[in-house]
Design a protein around this ligand. Sequence first.
Ligand code: GLN
Length: 297
Amino acid sequence: MGMNVMEALKKGTWVLKDKNIPVPRLEAEMLMAHVLKCQRHDLYLAADRELDNTQTQQYFILVEKRSSGYPIQYIISRREFMGLDFYVDQRVLIPRADTEVLVEYVIEWTSGQNSDLHILDLGTGSGAIAVSLAVFIPGAYVTAADISPGALEVARYNARLHGVQERITFLEGDMFSPLSCCPGIRSFDAVVSNPPYIPSGDIEMLEPQVRDYEPRLALDGGNDGLWFYDRLAQGCTDWLKPGGLLAVEVGYGQSEAVKSIFKSAGCYQNIGAAKDLAGIERVVYAIYIPSTDGRWL
Ligand code: GLN
């Protein structure tokens, strides 16, 4: 005897709950919508619909997979960010809501600027930041770099998905290094990054869902977690226009350390931080002001 949508949802919820998945009903519905290729809110209209054997089997395989801790976003290959749907798979870090604070800050900063803006996104991953900036800032030309070729494939796909591929240039390489190989690339109005910032020694203490499935390359920020901020502060002196913005996401409790890194570089002013909804400083920003006599201020 087959099961209908509602019965399968109830059972799926129960299985997920039993394995301590935090929002079991919601996730049971997300998996069902994925199997039936519909929206989650459509499920209620289809509550009495009989599932065929393949659908039932497919659904409970996914429920089992999720129960084992595998992230739901990788199962359904989707994650919403800035109100946009992004494709994700295990080649990229799953975009976090925290990172919207960075994107929103940059959008706000650019609203006072001239129309054509060149923005560099370092460590673009899924392209969530680069693509959102291109979508929400119509005059933005984004250069998005990543050391991972797999991540760049995902990011390129997301750019096409949102129709902004003409305004994003993708480059493969470590931090600023691919830029020097591109003669057409000039300096930027803004450099943004959500670099890896988890101290290497803390990786094993992350939630298993993050630790076991998300790319280490996107998480490991070196001994103190601050390695990339130093490189960003130094590298931007070659690539930011005077008056340009450097804005980065930082981990919990890292904002003061990152502000000091920017301060001690000697060429940034208006250093500050933007908070997330929980009041945590999530974004550190600074304006690049080189001294006019060729020495640091
Ligand atoms: N915010 C991610 C986490 O806490 C880490 C992302 C990063 O290192 N940039 O798992």
